[in-house]
Design a binder for this molecule. Structure first.
Ligand code: CMP
Length: 133
């Protein structure tokens, strides 16, 4: 099924000039960039995006990280885009991520894991509305 999903290239990706390398991974795997925005995330939008993690021990660190320098918000489209992008990105902790996944290649740590992607079609709809309203 044709889907759209939301990806964030997080501050550590932009700071290390990895935008082109990471986006080319999605394109090389047959997915299409549908929308894109270079921006500095506000505290408000970041807290809305990560609302499910509010109250967790890492929440404040997560918000500080996401807002410290520019990010790129991207909508990617294609057949089963949600699960395909999750597979390309790898697991949350880069140390556990499969060979050649984006987080294994570029992730720094569990806290600074370079990319975010929606975990379901419903989340993708919600997150696209937050970043591309
Ligand atoms: P992401 O896929 O963007 O979704 C939630 C983020 O919270 C996750 O990537 C990590 O960057 C971060 N995260 C999840 N668990 C932890 C943790 N235990 N410590 C620090 N950061 C975490």
């Amino acid at each position: 099924m044709n889907e759209k999903t939301l990806i964030l290239l997080k501050p550590d990706a932009v700071e290390r000039n990895l935008i082109g390398k990471i986006l080319s991974e999605y394109e090389r795997n047959g997915l299409t960039i549908n929308d894109m925005k270079y921006m500095t995330a506000s505290k408000e939008i970041t807290e809305t995006h990560y609302a499910e993690h509010k109250g967790k021990p890492f929440f404040n660190r997560l918000v500080c990280y996401l807002t410290r320098s520019p990010i790129v918000a991207v909508v990617v489209a294609g057949d089963n885009a949600v699960s395909r992008v999750r597979a390309l990105n790898g697991t949350t902790n880069p140390a556990d991520s499969g060979d050649n996944t984006i987080r294994a290649l570029y992730g720094i740590s569990l806290s600074e894991n370079t990319v975010h992607s929606s975990d379901s079609v419903e989340s993708a709809k919600r997150e696209r509305a937050i970043w591309f309203n």
